[in-house]
Write a protein that binds this ligand. Structure first.
Ligand code: OGA
Ligand code: NI
Length: 357
């Protein structure tokens, strides 16, 4: 999830973003959103694609190829396009319909979910971020964030929102578990021990977020989400057909576009830590555009909040050193929510242990 900072009342509800961008007279980005950024990015036809049906199928040859491809994608890109995942198209479309209904609720209805603190299980509004000189900017985005597992939280309006969010996030948990098992297999780690006992996936912490990025009159002067890494193991993202996610690869930015119905998946901080750096938590950002409103639906999947995550012992032994300090996951999330700064050191960077000498 994006970095948030709460040193300057960041969760204030602000309905102007939607109203301003709806107005045809808006020619420039109002000053509080003004954050000059370069949104140029390359387009690559070599973004990795993972066929989920091969990963869980009974053809052992196909399966071992898919396991290998997954590990390679997590190592080289920290990102892949997941296809044949089994999440029905009707569920995805229904999700977008419900999200639009949510963002169109009257402000009085949404205001009850205005966040009071970073750890509220339901929160919505606009986001402020700070840079290292403590200057604050508002992101060009309205969001709704929900803690959905191990305890499920969701607004009661619009009707049926709870049902679709519950169905979708439950399906994602099944996919995540399979991906983690496959990574463990590729790295020759004992699946039971790591998935069940160390990561404690039975009580995994799962966060649902939806981001609404209205069209923007000056897309180079505002940003949807600044560059960041996500805190969990794997993040799943779908969008309403309007591109805007960019990922960093070999020091350059790439557009992460996707075929219809595919899910964009990125490896996140806990996976990098757990694999002692074999999987890469990829830096990514969301840019805005002049023509179309964009909605993304993001599900961040972590280990249990109670789990203390450090590099897997078997990998530390192989590498002869741990490259990251261990930390309780809920403390890690808390630090990311409250301490990140644009241009500052990320929590992941702070956890890195440099080689001796
Ligand atoms: C996030 C995120 C990107 C997007 O919510 O953490 O990176 O395209 N979103 O919405
Ligand atoms: Ni993110």
């Amino acid at each position: 999830m994006a970095s948030e900072s709460d040193s300057f009342k960041p969760f204030e509800f602000d309905s102007t973003l939607k109203i301003l961008s709806d107005s045809s007279t808006l020619k420039a980005v109002p000053s509080k959103f003004n954050l000059t950024n370069d949104r140029n990015a390359f387009t690559s036809d070599s973004l990795p694609t993972i066929d989920f049906s091969a990963l869980v199928g009974c053809d052992p040859h196909q399966r071992s190829n898919a396991v290998h491809d997954l590990a390679t994608a997590c190592r080289d890109w920290g990102f892949f396009i997941l296809v044949n995942h089994g999440v029905p198209e009707r569920l995805m479309s229904e999700m977008f319909r419900k999200m639009v209904e949510f963002f169109n609720l009257p402000d009085s209805e949404k205001k009850q979910y205005e966040a009071k603190s970073a750890s509220d299980p339901i929160k919505c509004g606009n986001f402020n971020v700070a840079n290292t000189s403590n200057q604050s900017f508002t992101l060009w985005r309205e969001y709704l964030k929900l803690y959905v597992h191990p305890n499920f939280h969701c607004p009661h309006q619009p009707q049926l929102l709870r049902d679709v969010v519950q169905e979708y996030t439950q399906m994602i948990r099944v996919l995540v578990r399979k991906l983690i098992e496959a990574i463990c297999e590729a790295l020759e780690l004992n699946q039971r021990r790591y998935v069940d006992e160390i990561l404690k996936m039975e009580s995994s912490f799962q966060l649902f977020a939806t981001n609404y990025y209205p069209r923007c009159p000056q897309p180079d002067q505002a940003i949807g989400i600044p560059p960041h890494t996500d805190h969990g193991l794997f993040t799943f993202l779908i969008h309403n057909g309007v591109a805007g996610l960019q990922i960093e690869h070999d020091g350059k930015w790439f557009n992460a576009d996707s075929p219809k119905n595919a899910i964009l998946v990125n490896a996140a901080d806990q996976l990098e830590i757990f694999t002692n750096g074999r999987c890469k938590s990829v830096k990514h950002r969301a840019v805005v555009n002049e023509e179309k409103d964009r909605i993304s639906i993001v599900v961040a999947n972590g280990p249990s909040g109670e789990a203390v995550i450090g590099p897997a012992a078997a990998l530390v032994e192989k590498d002869r050193r741990a490259k990251y300090c261990a930390m309780k996951y809920e403390e890690y999330v808390e630090s990311q929510l409250t301490k990140s700064r644009i241009g500052g050191k990320s929590i992941l960077e702070q956890q890195m242990i440099l080689p001796a000498n």
